[in-house]
Design a protein around this ligand. Structure first.
Ligand SMILES: Cc1ncc(COP(=O)(O)O)c(C=O)c1O
Length: 470
């Protein structure tokens, strides 16, 4: 139903319809997902570009775009068109058979990595991010014969059992028993809140030195100094932490980390599920750091949130048919025809666009506006960004003590749809991440306009002022 048609339904009727649905939801939907984190539940009816629309036809400017799954805007015409076409040609096919788009998409991704990293490799598809993550764990175990890995504090890799074992939050594991292969979690270079209380300009990457110390003697519990073999066979990393709060590490961090890992034959697994496909202004976020991963895991924006496709790219030595033979892993919907068709079109769209310039430019403009706001409000402790992955930390007046309450108030004001900047009632969709749940992780559509960025700032400021008065 279009927004115009929606306005024809009376407001009272729209509210009554919505309340009926919410009653059913309360009774029949599991509350085990993240819906009930919210104070007030929001039900949306349509979307376009950077906006979501609720049952009353009211618009909400979206600054999170389905946790960066819809990089190319809601209802992107080009991507929707290829999906609709495929629905009339080959909408279903068991994934044990081949179709052109699967092969072409795998080839495009592998060839992209061949150009970027000068490495031959192959692609294996799955459906969701965590499922692809599981496949990467299988590749690691298959190659090394062992299962223990390093991962970062603040890292998020999904909520299946394997992904939960390498995701830092104990909260996600607590009710599910013993995780014998839980990762060894290493502090991430979160310089605004350095885990070692150092100052970035003078620290000489102290955190890396601490990591390196683990390998000094067998008594630090990770390495056999007689043969230099490490008990931990891979390091899982998000180059820019997503759920952890869009944290950007020092530019030399990963190359130095990789030098340490290489000495002990430890694989580097790059989780690009949230930051891949130009969110940071480069195809993969890891490209900012000049290293070659052994495996890349991707998902989300590959299909712009349409029929999901996730996957892994791995170096040939890890995934060639002689080491990873038929049947090594499988999922019914893994290379579904609708998803691969959209994924292929996303790759073509990327090839034909210059997101490296446009995303970087828009990100710089957005950060500049956020920094102006930061000057006015001491409660905005940190503002940073890379491409269109932007962060803003909400704090007490000292600009440092995390203020989760203020953050939540702003989120709820945005979701309430009662902001009035510009003389129109609107909502603002913000996502919160960070170690203290006080960071706005901002991931707008790549097609967001300068005018919409200005509107975002005005709406945010209105919500902040109201939250401070509350
Ligand atoms: C970096 C990262 N890895 C893995 C996942 C899990 O992906 P999914 O929710 O599709 O299983 C996410 C989801 O937010 C993510 O951000």
């Amino acid at each position: 139903m279009s927004v115009k048609q929606m306005t024809k339904i009376s407001k009272a009727q729209a509210i009554a319809n919505q309340n009926k649905l919410l009653d059913l939801e309360a009774k029949y939907c599991s509350w085990g997902d993240t819906v009930h984190y919210a104070e007030k539940l929001n039900l949306f009816k349509s979307c376009k570009g950077s906006y979501l629309y609720d049952h009353e036809g009211q618009e909400y400017l979206d600054l999170q775009m389905w946790y960066s799954a819809c990089n190319f805007g809601y209802r992107n015409k080009r991507l929707n068109t290829v999906l609709k076409k495929q629905i009339d040609v080959l909408p279903q096919l068991a994934c044990q058979y081949l179709h052109a788009e699967k092969i072409q998409l795998a080839a495009k991704l592998a060839q992209k990595n061949e150009r970027t990293f000068e490495e031959k490799g192959r692609v294996h598809f799955n459906v969701g991010g965590a499922s692809a993550l599981e496949d990467s764990l299988k590749l690691v175990r298959n190659h090394t014969g062992r299962s223990l890995v390093f991962a970062f504090m603040g890292g998020y890799h999904g909520r299946t059992l394997g992904a939960s074992a390498i995701t830092s939050s104990f909260r996600y594991r607590e009710r599910f028993g013993h995780f014998g292969d839980r990762a060894m979690f290493v502090p991430y270079p979160y310089c605004f809140r350095c885990p070692y209380d150092k100052k970035k300009d003078f620290c000489d990457m102290y955190c890396l030195k601490q990591f390196e110390k683990l390998f000094e003697t067998e008594y630090h519990a990770v390495v056999n100094k007689k043969n230099n073999k490490c008990e931990f066979v891979a390091f899982y990393a998000e180059a820019i932490q997503g759920t952890g709060g869009y944290i950007i590490p020092p530019v030399d961090y990963f190359s130095h980390l990789k030098e340490i890992l290489d000495q002990y034959g430890i694989l580097f697994i790059d989780d690009e599920i949230q930051m891949g496909f130009f969110r940071t202004g480069k195809f993969w976020a890891i490209e900012h750091f000049n290293i070659t991963p052994d495996i890349i895991v991707f998902g989300k924006a590959l299909t712009n949130g349409l029929n999901p496709i996730s996957g892994v790219w791995a170096k040939e030595k890890l995934i060639s048919p002689d080491v990873f033979p038929p049947g090594s892993t499988h999922a019914t919907f893994s290379s579904n025809t609708l998803g691969t068709t959209v994924g292929l079109e996303v790759m073509k769209l990327i090839e034909e666009s210059d997101f490296s310039t446009s995303v970087t430019k828009k990100g710089q403009y957005f950060v500049a506006q956020l920094k102006k706001l930061q000057k006015k409000y001491p409660q905005i402790g940190d503002v940073d960004g890379i491409g269109l992955a932007l962060r803003m930390e909400m704090c007490a007046k000292d600009g440092y003590t995390p203020d989760r309450e203020l953050t939540d108030k702003i989120v709820n004001l945005g979701l309430s749809g009662t902001l009035t900047t510009g003389g129109k009632r609107r909502g603002l969709i913000l996502d919160v991440g960070g170690y203290y749940k006080n960071v706005f992780t901002i991931a707008p559509s790549f097609y967001i306009t300068e005018k919409e960025i200005d509107l975002s700032i005005d709406l945010f400021e209105e919500a902040l002022i109201k939250a401070l008065k509350k």
